[in-house]
Design a protein around this ligand. Structure first.
Ligand code: FE2
Length: 130
């Protein structure tokens, strides 16, 4: 769900977290989910570089175990949905997007923030095993 903004028919700004959140909001989706989609996986880092931070900030940015878990799931699965490590996922993105590109620079800048969400989620999973 969090990447629904990649659907070509939904693209308006070309920034998938924003396009996805706007579309979900228009469909009447739960506001918390809309906001989680808008800000998933460090979206603000890229929004700032695209000049879209003001538009993204319309949506509340949640910092919680839930948002961490969403980022964790995103950052520990590859483009095809297969499980991967955070480190491999970040390297895959940095390889797929050329240095100097908005995505490459955004992920580079966000890396520590992203790693924090992954670390906190791992700690929670360890502290509260099934
Ligand atoms: Fe995404």
């Amino acid at each position: 769900m969090h990447d629904i903004g990649y659907a070509p028919s939904l693209a308006r700004s070309g920034f998938h977290p924003l396009d996805g959140a706007r579309w979900l909001q228009a469909q009447g989706a739960d506001e918390r989910m809309v906001c989680l989609v808008a800000h998933h996986t460090g979206a603000l880092f890229e929004a700032e570089r695209r000049g879209l931070a003001d538009q993204l900030s319309v949506f509340a940015r949640e910092e919680s175990a839930t948002s961490d878990a969403l980022w964790y799931a995103d950052l520990t699965s590859g483009p095809t949905g297969c499980a991967t490590t955070f480190e491999a996922r970040v390297e895959e993105i940095l390889t797929r997007y050329a240095p100097g590109s908005v995505v490459h620079e955004s992920i580079s800048a966000a890396r520590l923030t992203l790693a924090g969400a992954v670390r906190r989620t791992r700690e929670r999973l360890t502290a509260y095993p099934r």
